[in-house]
Design a protein around this ligand. Structure first.
Ligand code: ADP
Length: 734
């Protein structure tokens, strides 16, 4: 044990002789009678001088893990927290308990800040909450350095990890701040528990180094017995909305999370139409609008909030009876963090994920956007050298993106700009109220190779993001206990398979939901179990498996599905896959059924899917045996939906698009589409159907983001045809 740890442990022994005393402190200072799960062990370790990484879910009681030690350790407990909006409340709560505490963040004027620092130096506080960006100020760090800091508690510690969903560069500074402060004891606390994030917290804070003992990692409290976990496969938006109305009718209060701002607004409009009392919240709204929306929800004026993941940090309403995900989120941790906002009062609550495979593409689009390739970064680097040669330029990001050859996704250019800024190649000034930045080169302009950009690390993050997405898709597909799946994911192994309520185990409140409205496979009303003879069933499995075998392990399940269902897409024709004997073998079953069948075959160990950036599927030995009908396989076939005439829907959409479109743009787009279709040798409607062309000529989007707002254009289409579409629209509009 290092000298520092030893002296802390002595202080602990002197002040707290046994756990009875910890209970005494718990009761005396905080008014609680018992520790919540995991708290006591953590607190014992912290007051014993141990560096700790504490992983507990939201609402698990992490704050007490540093607040109680703050009462017994010699010196100040500094709490780093990004939740500036909540600091005052936290400090007020401490003061009510007669615990001397204060906060230091950008909401204070300089003189008040100096005043608080002076009082800190006089030892007037036990707890000081500090915003991470304070550590940018050398003056602030210098003021802290001579103080006796007993504990450096880092709340929301996942913000230090670039693998986390909420990375904040200011957190990277903390490692240096710790060094300047003489390596005080650290407690890093978070609700994000993946092994990568955990390891990254330890590495980024250099825990276990500089003479410290290796940190102890605590994972507890992830089991939420009062939550019912369910996944409902929804064929379309209408079915999803039906589920939301069902939850509002039955359960009244909750949050509906959507993946995009567009979906937030659409869902909100539907709720408003039906006079549901709801509010909405996303990052595209002004700060004032967001505060108002949050207040309406927190005050109970609106029992339902429709929001993107921007809504959450600081949502402290414990009586939410449901959290519904309208779209699949990007990872299990993002899902559980958001879903975990339900039922924080311990009363039963429903967490339902509405799943449609098409939504996965939105997340794939986000992943591409967040992980620019080396090619994009290099192309942007070159473009900026050219653009900024004569001095600073003022340009919106979308315009910069036009100069980047490799970019199909504006968001990726935004991420690449951020990387180049962080590497000290450019500086950007954001002009309030506009989307425009002034960008200038930092002289002397350096070559890409001279910049500190770790491409290997970026690639690794890309692969991990994709792997995380696969894990949440696995959660959707899992046939076992959903609670068990999540606990296992977070590494809380002892609690595995303790299902209290999920749609797969069907115990507890889940059963009620099932009765009210079947979840999962039974969800789609037009879906029925496929009625086939044993012989037909064997042949069906053989066809599906031969589709895998025929592709020789070169493609993923998506492409195999396209081939089996006889798709006329570019992905198929480009690789001449239509020439395979398995092309169109399962055409009559459609994409969704075939895709689900392949997934189930993978889950049954007949197909192996590689865990790589572009997962590739091949047959396992068992799969080969089943394909050759040498081994029987007993798996449940997916529900089967008969194709419905889409005429009515198409007609409604067409009427809307007819309303007011620009004829010149429409004609230009149509001509371009005809030429492209001829070049690609596919029917024109496979590029865009007429209704989409009309919608495009009505909205005339100018940026990739606006293009994605157009009905009928998803990330895949935007990737494939987006740049050309925008160019045609621009040309024809001018
Ligand atoms: P987290 O930071 O993990 O999200 P908090 O520290 O905010 O959670 O605690 C969640 C709630 O639990 C708070 O209202 C807190 O007062 C309460 N709490 C914490 N510890 C205990 C305890 N031992 N007994 C009862 N309530 C507790």
């Amino acid at each position: 044990m290092s000298a520092a740890c030893q002296s802390r442990a002595t202080a602990y022994n002197r002040r707290v002789s046994d756990t009875t005393e910890l209970h005494g402190l718990l009761h005396r200072h905080f008014g609680f009678h018992e520790f919540l799960e995991g708290q006591e062990t953590v607190i014992e370790a912290i007051v014993g001088g141990q560096d700790s990484v504490v992983i507990m879910p939201t609402g698990g009681g992490k704050s007490l893990c540093y607040q109680l030690p703050a009462m017994v350790l010699d010196g100040i407990t500094v709490v780093v927290s990004p939740l500036i909006a909540l600091m005052k409340d936290q400090v007020d709560a401490m003061m009510e308990k007669k615990i001397p505490a204060t906060f230091i963040n950008s909401s204070l004027g300089q003189s008040e800040m100096d005043n608080r620092i002076a009082r800190m130096q006089r030892g007037e506080y036990r707890l000081v909450y500090v915003a991470p960006e304070r550590f940018k100020s050398e003056r602030f760090v210098a003021a802290l350095a001579p103080l006796s800091i007993a504990l450096f508690a880092i709340d929301e510690a996942h913000c230090i990890s670039q693998w986390g969903h909420d990375f904040r560069p200011d957190y990277l500074r903390l490692k240096w701040a710790l060094k300047d402060l003489g390596q005080p004891q650290v407690a890093a606390l978070t609700a994000t528990a993946t092994p990568e994030v955990r390891d990254d917290i330890i590495e980024q804070l250099a825990l276990g180094k500089f003479g410290r003992q290796p940190p102890q990692v605590f994972v507890s409290g992830f089991a939420r017995h009062n939550l019912t976990l369910a996944v409902t496969r929804a064929k379309n938006k209408a079915e999803k909305l039906e589920r939301i109305f069902d939850a509002i009718r039955q359960l009244k209060t909750g949050i509906v999370y959507c993946a995009t701002r567009k979906n937030v607004e659409k869902v909100y409009e539907h709720l408003a139409e039906k006079r549901a009392q709801a509010t909405y919240y996303h990052g595209g709204m002004s700060e004032d609008q967001r505060t108002k929306a949050q207040d309406k929800f927190m005050s109970g004026q609106c029992p339902v909030a429709v929001a993107t993941n921007a809504f959450g940090m600081g949502v402290d309403r414990s009586d939410l009876r449901f959290v519904i995900h309208f779209d699949i989120p990007g990872s299990v941790e993002a899902y559980y963090q958001e879903a975990g906002r339900a039922g924080r009062d311990g009363e039963p609550a429903r967490c339902e994920l509405l799943f449609n495979y098409a939504d996965v593409r939105t997340q794939e689009f986000f992943i591409e956007g967040a992980n620019p390739t080396r090619e994009i970064i290099a192309s942007l680097h070159q473009a900026l050298l050219r653009l900024c040669k004569g001095g600073p330029v003022e340009m919106p990001m979308s315009e910069i993106a036009e100069h980047v050859k490799a970019a199909k996704n504006d968001m990726a250019v935004g991420s690449a700009l951020y990387l180049l800024e962080r590497a000290g190649f450019i500086a950007r000034d954001y002009r309030q109220g506009s989307r425009t930045y002034t960008t200038r080169l930092i002289e002397p302009a350096r070559s890409l190779d001279d910049l500190e950009i770790n491409f290997e690390r970026l690639d690794a993050k890309h692969v991990r993001d994709q792997a995380k997405l696969r894990r949440i898709i696995d959660y959707v597909d899992c046939h076992g206990c959903r609670h068990g799946y999540i606990l296992n994911y977070f590494g809380e192994t002892d609690a595995a398979a303790r299902c209290s309520a999920c749609d797969n185990c069907g115990s507890g409140p889940a059963r009620k939901h099932r009765a009210a409205r079947p979840a999962r496979a039974e969800a789609a009303p037009d879906a029925t179990p496929l009625s086939v003879s044993a012989r037909e069933r064997t042949v069906l499995l053989q066809k599906a498996l031969s589709g895998v075998a025929r592709m020789n392990g070169r493609f993923g399940l998506g492409r195999i599905t396209l081939v089996l269902t006889g798709s006329r897409s570019k992905e198929v024709f480009d690789s001449r896959l239509e020439e395979l004997s398995t092309y169109g073998l399962l055409k009559e079953f459609g994409y969704d059924f075939t895709q689900e069948l392949l997934r189930r075959l993978a889950a049954a160990d007949c197909i192996h899917v590689t865990d790589s950036e572009y997962p590739k599927a091949s047959l396992t030995e068992l799969g080969r045996q089943v394909m050759l009908a040498k081994t029987p396989l007993d798996i449940e076939l997916p529900p089967f939906e008969k194709a419905k005439p889409a005429a009515r829907k198409a007609a409604a959409a067409a009427t809307k698009a007819e309303a007011s479109y620009d004829g010149a743009v429409f004609e230009a787009l149509r001509e371009w589409r005809r030429d492209l279709a001829a070049t690609m040798g596919i029917p024109a409607y496979l590029i865009y159907p007429d209704v989409t062309l009309k919608e495009l000529s009505r909205q005339k989007p100018q940026t990739m983001a606006a293009l994605l707002e157009v009905r009928g254009i998803g990330p895949a289409k935007a990737r494939q045809f987006g740049a050309e579409t925008l160019a045609i629209i621009r040309g024809a509009s001018s």
